[in-house]
Design a protein around this ligand. Sequence first.
Ligand code: GDP
Length: 320
Amino acid sequence: MNRKARVFVAGGETLVGAALLGALHENGFSKLVGLGPYEPDLTDAAEVDAFFADTLPEYVFLVGGKSGGIGLNRARPADLMLDNLRTITNVLDAAHRYGATKLLYLASSCAYPKHAPQPLRVESLTAGPVEPTSEAYATAKLAGWKLCTAYRRQYGCRFVTAFPANAFGPHDDFGADAGHVIPALLRRAHEAKVRGDRVLTVWGTGTPKREFIYSRDLADACLFVMERYDGEDPINLGGGADLSIAETARVVADVVGFRGQLVFDAGKPDGAPLKGLDSSELLALGWRPATAFRTAVADTYHWFLQHCVTEGTVHARAAV
Ligand code: GDP
């Protein structure tokens, strides 16, 4: 990728989008289009079309579309699915019509079948039903992959699909109910510490396992894949260790300094039992995650304290 190429991060204000913009900036890309208020509403076809006509992006990272934790997926499946379907169709269609050189679309590991063999290999995609709690969102993500493939086959577009592990980091949604497990637990552990609670309730049994990836490492992997991979088959973006939710909660509590007891609420859903990715293709190309899990959680907590806590009040998202 030429450092002078016009690059558009579709979803620049998301967790992964913010990390990608940081990585692009650090790597010397000087023509980033659609930053901040200049990013079109991705769900609005006319706005996306006008934006592409005006800026003609050469490289597109499609990381937009609403997402959330198991709570949000259960509460608002239609909103999540529609937002993602609109975003995907608008951006892929515009990237094709305005001749983008290459596009990387980020799907999600929740689109894998619930009972696919571990670690998850791309051959298992669509081989069985997905986890019911995130079916609507996962179906939209799968449609995005298939639409990328269709554009490749019909028009020769260089649209690549990647399935990332569970990302976390700065700019995440730290809502206690809507957020993913790490930001939600960071927030609740922080509040429990401040209140002096003796107990922190963790949803579910604590036994499901997740493979997490720090958003800054994921951004680095996205850049790497944009430069080094151009296959029709999707590529998994992971390479870190699998942790149980109980182990994850212990690291979070330790980083926050919550000294009380962790209690598991089996009345809350566990979601998928396992979500580890087989990232051997990415690793064979030479990529490695750079950040240790605990360091990444500590960095994320630091960001949360700086951006989401003002005078003792905790906000789900940073004040703009
Ligand atoms: P998933 O990876 O798509 O299932 O989404 P999440 O990031 O929401 O992770 C869900 C897993 O973490 C489930 O096993 C939950 O039971 C568990 N978990 C424990 N505490 C929390 C919490 O406070 N919020 C969320 N979202 N999940 C939690």
